[in-house]
Unconditional design. Structure first.
Length: 62
């Protein structure tokens, strides 16, 4: 069976991961899809983080 070109990736907040002194415990995560052929590098999007209460950069994790 052939694998599809589109894969589901998880995006994680970079500020929540590095900042240990924050208001609430946890890390903001989003799931999205990307085209494996067109976007071979890791995805970086600016999304709203509910823990930081602002828009931050979310990077793709494994």
């Amino acid at each position: 069976m052939a694998k599809g070109v589109r894969v589901i990736v998880t995006l994680e907040c970079t500020e929540c991961r590095t900042n240990t002194d924050k208001r609430s415990a946890g890390v903001s995560r989003y799931t999205t899809q990307k085209n494996r052929r067109n976007t071979t590098s890791r995805l970086e999007l600016k999304k709203f983080c509910t823990h930081c209460n602002k828009h931050t950069i979310h990077k793709e994790i494994k």
